[in-house]
Design a protein around this ligand. Structure first.
Ligand SMILES: [Zn+2]
Length: 228
């Protein structure tokens, strides 16, 4: 397209402005979230719902109450992350002796046993990824709150990154599940999931829902408004 019309720098400020602000929202169009049909929608009718003529789903310009919902889910995840680390994630009973391990004590155990790779996987999946995800989501929400125009593409890239890595935190839950299934077979030792595992699974699921409820188009909305 650019080759056909000539380089972007050759365009006047007006044309560049028009190209940047040509969005579905400006044209009063919205894509249906279910069947992806592009429909006409009036932004002024906030109290009234507009329905997709093809599948009947409610149409929205942006994900409804995206910022409020994402904040609520992040706060819930931060609160649940505390018991997820304080309560044991596994309870191992061997010859009548029970040993409980939290996420961190499990990592320390694997390091002391020389199993660096497992320790690294658990540390990255259970500590680094959830914390990183929560910090990035808070950063995105705060930047939108302050109507920041700072590097929108980089912020969108951060969002795509946390969308991609979030599910890998479930690795820890899978490790516990597999251990429980394997060790229950033997009689000498039993492993059962501790209450920490329930809280940790809740943190992973809630942060996944939080990043889904965040609407990355909000990153550009302020920038587009400044062109109007
Ligand atoms: Zn539809």
């Amino acid at each position: 397209m650019y080759r056909f019309f000539g380089p972007l720098c050759g365009l006047g400020a007006l044309e560049e402005k028009a190209m940047t602000s040509l969005t579905a929202r400006n044209a009063s169009l919205a894509g249906c979230s279910i069947c992806h049909l592009l429909c006409r929608i009036s932004e002024k009718k906030d109290s009234e719902n507009t329905f997709c003529p093809r599948c009947g789903a409610v149409l929205h310009m942006r994900k409804p109450k995206s910022i409020g919902r994402t904040w609520a889910l992040i706060i819930a995840a931060v609160i649940l992350y505390i018991p997820a680390n304080l309560f044991p994630i596994t309870r191992i009973t061997s010859f009548g002796v029970t040993q409980s391990d939290t996420i961190i004590s499990g990592v320390v155990y694997f390091i002391q046993s020389g199993m660096w790779l497992i320790a690294a996987v658990i540390f990255v999946a259970s500590v680094l990824i959830p914390i990183f995800k929560i910090i990035i989501l808070i950063f995105l929400l705060v930047s939108i709150r302050h109507r920041s125009e700072w590097r929108p593409s980089e912020r969108a890239r951060l969002y795509r990154f946390i969308e991609g890595i979030g599910r890998w935190s479930m690795v820890d839950i899978f490790v516990v599940t597999i251990l429980v299934a394997l060790v229950q077979v033997g009689n000498a030792a039993t492993i059962e999931a501790g209450p920490g595992a329930v809280f940790f699974a809740a943190v992973v699921i809630i942060t996944m829902v939080a990043s889904m409820s965040f609407d990355p188009r909000l990153i550009w909305d302020e920038k587009e408004k400044s062109y109007e």
